[in-house]
Design a protein around this ligand. Sequence first.
Ligand code: UDP
Length: 238
Amino acid sequence: PDAPPRYKRILLKVSGEAGVGGDKFGIDPKTVSAVAEEVAQAVREGVQVCLVVGGGNIFRGAALAETGMERASADYMGMLATVMNALALQAALEKIGIYTRVQSAIPMQAICEPYVRRRALRHLEKGRVVIFAAGLGAPFFTTDSSAALRAAEMGCDALFKGTSVDGVYTADPKKDPSAQRYETLDYQEVLAKDLRVMDASAISLMRDNHIPIVVFSIRERGNFVKALRGEGVFTTIA
Ligand code: UDP
């Protein structure tokens, strides 16, 4: 029999690309349903799941600002992109029978709930997936930071970062074939070596709150539940 999941409540962070976009601009339906299936498996195992999705498949503030747009406005566009991605994941999850709520850091009553911490906790207790959208609702941040903050606020046992690579490497394994994967790292090493797993502010928030970060590939089927059981390939930062 399979080992039980090691965690009771976790937050899964996926970038816009890994979560909904695939390798192209906008939404890739195959990527959305594959990620929804990974989340559904975890929920069926009894794990309480918080979800944060980025917006890089549509707009990234820094890139838009390079075109001459004011940075804060560009960042608000990025945050709106994360709301669209959240709705895409919500629809895909509900299609396969998983109850969800989207909570946005920027209130949009007609579309989703506003972020209310205690209400989010209640949803989790009832087995609903809570998708946190619009980042922190503030420009000059990223969804890595909002993932870390929500993980701390929700009392998560771990922050799972689902990427297209199966862990953290000494160098970019897509460019350098001699790159080696780390089994474990400590927060300080990630910061000192500037390994760019997540933003430095996100990593230091996890360090200060003793929440481990698990970096794994969400591209392979069944990998999320495997990682939740402590099986398969991933890098743990603790
Ligand atoms: N963003 C922001 N504040 C936040 C979260 C996100 O301003 O709290 C904006 C920022 O412009 C960012 C964009 O939303 O570039 C999309 O988020 P992110 O870059 O984190 O997406 P990912 O790279 O994970 O797809």
